[in-house]
Design a protein. Structure first.
Length: 94
């Protein structure tokens, strides 16, 4: 089995404890959907419902099996490197 410690480190170094906690709530709520996994390009796409269930945000994880992992989300969050949706999506990989 492949180690995913780098994912935990990425989350801890890029998100506050509040964002991590909110991401865990989303992860546990099952309000996400796998859209696609491209093993050749190492890109995963996941959709996550907003907290009001009024829209879906798209999360893209690139280089998901490497230490130079990158993420993006279509939500309006801009107070830190990664949002709660990205945290939840990353937790799916652990």
């Amino acid at each position: 089995m492949v180690s995913t410690n780098y994912i935990s480190k990425f989350i801890k170094s890029n998100a506050s404890s509040t964002i991590i906690s909110r991401g865990k709530q989303i992860y546990k709520s099952n309000s996400w959907t796998w859209v696609s996994v491209n093993k050749d390009d190492k890109i995963i796409k996941i959709e996550i419902e907003s907290s009001l269930r009024s829209q879906e945000y798209k999360v893209i994880i690139s280089n998901y099996d490497q230490k130079n992992i990158t993420t993006s989300c279509t939500c309006p969050y801009d107070w830190g490197p990664i949002c709660k949706h990205e945290v939840a999506a990353l937790m799916l990989l652990k």
